[in-house]
Design a protein around this ligand. Structure first.
Ligand code: BT5
Length: 313
């Protein structure tokens, strides 16, 4: 497009166009400029860019208020700070790299620069605190759907919060909440997804259990597009759940995607470890495990290893 056309369309001067093109090049947009002809965009930057994200975003609220960091300790920690300061429903924090990315139970989350989606969404749902795990369900379903739409890959969910492709973990979800006994102040849904990590990019101890979309698909994935798609699916699910109030529909889809059900599992709780077969999920999102003595036990939290999945033999 010629500089003249751009300046006319946007109602700005030719000098302003020329200056902005310079800024875009510095930000990683590759541009050809040929005198008397104009500019041609040849490559988008591999960065989480506000302008790119806004270009892809189709949501009403999710991600419309947004903080992008080059480097941060943990997006969940930052999101909690912002939520305490009054940040609105749908506010998003995302970072290129996390220095102290967190998993559950004090575990750490590998978040190398420029290769993943390390993001936290602030939600202010109007349901009681005991329903907060439902946000993990919605987030898990949204991740699976977004992966499928953007890459064509089929992912499953390992209860409660791991997204799995080809038996390896591609994404983890960390839901944290601040609440009074009967009212949620806020929920922070933290999502960590390995997008363009290569095999050698994982630390040694994760090489058998972790994967990325690039490894599975064999091609580079546009993180901005994926993030926008994820927010759009999640907002859609959230709206649908809020309008119908019917969680069973979501839970049924979750069960279809849940790789844990029907498989041998080992449950490691705070005080004991036991084995059995995962047979069902309750309406409260507990995992029902049938032990060898045919006793049915409900697991609410804790660590569940599934045979054959994410490095557990
Ligand atoms: C999780 O915990 O899977 C939740 C991870 C949530 C991370 C996001 S990133 C954005 C936001 N900000 C944060 O600080 N956190 C959230 P958990 O189920 O506890 O799994 C943690 C375990 O997964 C670790 O102990 C490792 O074994 C493994 N792991 C660590 N980094 C990984 C990675 N990048 N890919 C796959 N597995 C990983």
């Amino acid at each position: 497009m010629s500089g003249e056309d751009i300046s006319q369309k946007l109602g700005v001067s030719r000098t302003a166009v020329w200056k902005t093109m310079g800024q875009l090049k510095e930000a990683g947009f590759e541009m050809q400029s040929v005198s008397n002809k104009g500019y041609r965009l040849t490559k988008l930057p591999d960065k989480l860019e506000t302008a790119l994200l806004q270009h892809y975003l189709t949501t009403e609220n999710f991600g419309r208020t947004l903080e992008i960091h080059d480097i941060i300790d943990s997006t969940n920690t930052r999101a909690k700070e912002m939520a305490q300061g009054g940040a609105i429903h749908g506010t998003l924090v995302v970072a290129e790299e996390q220095k102290s990315g967190r998993g559950r139970l004090g575990r750490s989350w590998e978040s190398p620069g420029g290769l993943g989606l390390w993001m936290s969404l602030i939600l202010r749902p109007s349901f009681p605190p005991r329903y907060a795990p439902r946000m993990t369900v919605l987030a898990g379903l949204a991740v699976v759907q977004a992966i499928s739409w953007v890459t064509g890959l089929e992912a499953s969910i390992k209860w409660p919060n791991d997204i799995i492709i080809n038996s390896k973990k591609v994404c983890g979800i960390l839901t944290e909440m601040q609440a009074d006994p009967d009212l949620i102040d806020y929920v922070v849904v933290g999502i960590g997804m390995n997008v363009n990590t290569t095999k050698g990019g994982f630390p040694h101890e994760l090489r058998n259990s972790a994967t990325s979309l690039k490894i599975e698909k064999g091609e580079h994935i546009d993180r901005c597009k994926l993030l926008a798609e994820l927010l759009s699916v999640l907002e859609g699910l959230d709206n649908r759940y809020l309008s119908t109030g019917d969680f069973s529909e979501m839970l049924n889809v979750y069960k279809e995607k849940c790789i844990t059900l029907g498989r041998p599992v080992r449950v490691t709780g705070p005080s004991e470890t036991f084995e059995g077969t995962a047979v069902d999920l309750t309406d409260d999102f507990e995992l029902v495990v049938e032990t060898k003595g045919s006793e049915r036990r409900k697991v609410f939290s804790g660590d569940v290893s599934v045979r054959g999945i994410a490095g557990y033999l």
